[in-house]
Design a protein around this ligand. Structure first.
Ligand code: PHE
Length: 451
C-alpha cells in the first residue's frame, strides 16, 4: 500500500519535473559549466559530460527518486523506516545524515554567491535608472568581496527568500515558486541566446561547444565531467530523494528523470551559447573561469556593448532565479526532517534550518575579507567548504545511494517503483547502479585523493 507524505504532494508530473529541474538548474549550469567546458577542451568535455549524465547521473537520479517515493519521508526517516520494513541495517540512514550535512554546507556558500548575483542585479537596476552602475567590473567585484557588510546584507536577503518559500510548504511554496520561476528562467535565457546570435560570433560558440577534439580527453577531463554531472543534477545529498517523497504514484520515474536530465543539460548548453558569443565578440578569453568569468569578464563586455545594462540585468536576474530554485531544494530536506522529528511547525523548522545555514555562511563571507589569511589545505574558507561538500561528500553520497539501491534494497521494491521499464531496461538500470556507477564514482574519488 502506498504511504502518505505528511508534507504534501506535487500536484502533477509537470510540477515535479519543474521542481526537480529547478533544483538541478543553478549556478552549476550557468557559471560552472561554461568555464569547465572552456578549461577542458570545449566539445570533447561536452561529449564526455553527456556520457556521464547518461551512464551515471540518470541511473542514480532514478535511484534517489524511487527510494524517496517508496519511503515518503525526509531522507533520514525514509531510510530508517526502510531498515525496519525490510530488515537491513539502520546504518544506511547515514546516507541521509551525510546528505543533510552536505546540503547545509553547500547552501551556506551557495547563498553567499547567490547574494553576489542579487548585488549585481541591483547595480544594473540602478544603472537603468541613471545610477552609476558597474563601470569597472574588476573593482566592483573586489570591493564586494572586501565588504563584509554588503556580503552579509545580500546573503541575508537571499536566505530570507529561500526560507520564505520553504516555510510555505510543498504546494504553496515550492511548487508555486517553480511554476513561476522556471518559465521566467527559460525566457531570460532565450533572450540572452538571441543576443548571442545577433553578435555574429554565435557560430564560433557553437563550434567551440560541439566540435570534439578527442586528443584532449584524458583522466582529468573525465573527472571534471563526472563531478559536474553530480553537482549539476543535484545528486549525492539525497535532495532528489526528498523531492521524490512528494511524487504521486502514477508518475513514471524514468520518464520524469529523463525530462529533468534533458532540461538540466539543455540549459547548461544554452548558457554556453549565451555567454561565449559575447566573450568572443569582445576578444575575451573564456578560460581561467571561476568566479571571475561571470562576475568580472562578462560585465566588462556588458559595459562595452549596446544595451549592456539590459543584458546585465537579465543575466544576473537569471542567475538569481536559477540559484533560488536550487537553494529551496537544499533547505527542504533539513526542514522536512525537523517537521517529522520535533514539535516545530514547518515555518519554525524552515526558519531554524535557515538560521543554521545563515550562520555557517558567515564563514564563507568572512573568509573573503576579515579571515582571508585563514587557509585550510591551501584553500580559503569558501574553497575548503566547497571542496569537502561537493568534491568529497557528493560523490561519496552518490556511491552509497547507488550501492544501496543495487545491493541492499529489495529487488521487489525497485522493480515495483519502475514499472515503465521493460525487463531489459530494468536489468540495465540495476547493473548500472550495482556495478558501473559505483566503479566510475570510486574512480573519481580515488583520483581526487591521489591527485
Ligand atoms: N544542481 C545545482 C546547480 O547546478 C546545485 C545543487 C547541488 C543543488 C546539490 C542542490 C543539490 O547549481
Amino acid at each position: 500500500m502506498d504511504k502518505q507524505s505528511v508534507h504534501g504532494m506535487w500536484s502533477s508530473r509537470t510540477a515535479f519535473i519543474l521542481a526537480a529541474a529547478g533544483s538541478a538548474v543553478g549556478l552549476g549550469n550557468i557559471w560552472r559549466f561554461p568555464y569547465l567546458t572552456s578549461d577542458n577542451g570545449g566539445g570533447a568535455f561536452v561529449l564526455v559530460y553527456l556520457a556521464c549524465i547518461a551512464a551515471v547521473g540518470l541511473p542514480i537520479l532514478f535511484a534517489e527518486v524511487l527510494i524517496g517515493r517508496h519511503g515518503r519521508q525526509s531522507p533520514i526517516n525514509t531510510l530508517l523506516n526502510l531498515a525496519r520494513e525490510t530488515g537491513h541495517s539502520k546504518a544506511w540512514a547515514a546516507i541521509g545524515v551525510m546528505g543533510m550535512i552536505s546540503a547545509i554546507l553547500i547552501l551556506s556558500f551557495y547563498s553567499v554567491v547567490a547574494g553576489w548575483t542579487l548585488h549585481y542585479s541591483w547595480l544594473y537596476l540602478q544603472q537603468l535608472f541613471g545610477g552609476a552602475g558597474i563601470e569597472d567590473a574588476g573593482a566592483t567585484f573586489g570591493d564586494l568581496l572586501a565588504s563584509p557588510g554588503t556580503l552579509l546584507f545580500w546573503h541575508s536577503v537571499f536566505m530570507l527568500l529561500t526560507i520564505g518559500v520553504v516555510a510555505l510548504g510543498v504546494e504553496k511554496g515550492l511548487e508555486r515558486t517553480v511554476r513561476l520561476l522556471m518559465p521566467t528562467l527559460l525566457i531570460l535565457l532565450l533572450v540572452l541566446v538571441g543576443y548571442g546570435i545577433s553578435t555574429g560570433y554565435f557560430g564560433q560558440a557553437v563550434a567551440f561547444l560541439f566540435t570534439p577534439d578527442f586528443s584532449k580527453v584524458d583522466g582529468s577531463v573525465l573527472l571534471a565531467a563526472l563531478g559536474q554531472a553530480f553537482f549539476s543534477l543535484s545528486l549525492g545529498l539525497a535532495g532528489m530523494m526528498a523531492y521524490g517523497a512528494y511524487l504521486p504514484r502514477n508518475v513514471s520515474i524514468p520518464h520524469a528523470g529523463v525530462a529533468i536530465a534533458l532540461t538540466d543539460t539543455g540549459i547548461a548548453l544554452l548558457a554556453g551559447l549565451a555567454i561565449f558569443p559575447v566573450l568572443f565578440n569582445f576578444g575575451m578569453s573564456p578560460t581561467g573561469g571561476g568566479p571571475g568569468l561571470i562576475f568580472t569578464t562578462l560585465p566588462m563586455a556588458f559595459a562595452d556593448m549596446w544595451g549592456g545594462v539590459f543584458y546585465g540585468l537579465a543575466f544576473f536576474g537569471l542567475l538569481t532565479v536559477a540559484a533560488w530554485t536550487s537553494s529551496i531544494s537544499l533547505l527542504e530536506p533539513p526542514t522536512a526532517y525537523l517537521v517529522e522529528r520535533t514539535e516545530l511547525t514547518r515555518r519554525q523548522s524552515a526558519l531554524l534550518g535557515g538560521a543554521v545555514v545563515w550562520l555557517l555562511g558567515l564563514l564563507t563571507l568572512l573568509g573573503f575579507n576579515v579571515w582571508s589569511e585563514v587557509k585550510i589545505g591551501g584553500r580559503d574558507l569558501q574553497g575548503a567548504i566547497e571542496f569537502v561538500a561537493s568534491d568529497i561528500m557528493l560523490p561519496l553520497g552518490g556511491l552509497l545511494v547507488s550501492l544501496y539501491a543495487g545491493w541492499v534494497l529489495d529487488k521487489r521494491i525497485t522493480h515495483n517503483e519502475l514499472p515503465q521499464l521493460n525487463e531489459g531496461l530494468y536489468q540495465a538500470w540495476r547493473w548500472t547502479v550495482r556495478v558501473i556507477a559505483p566503479l566510475l564514482v570510486l574512480y573519481i574519488l580515488v583520483n581526487k585523493f591521489s591527485g
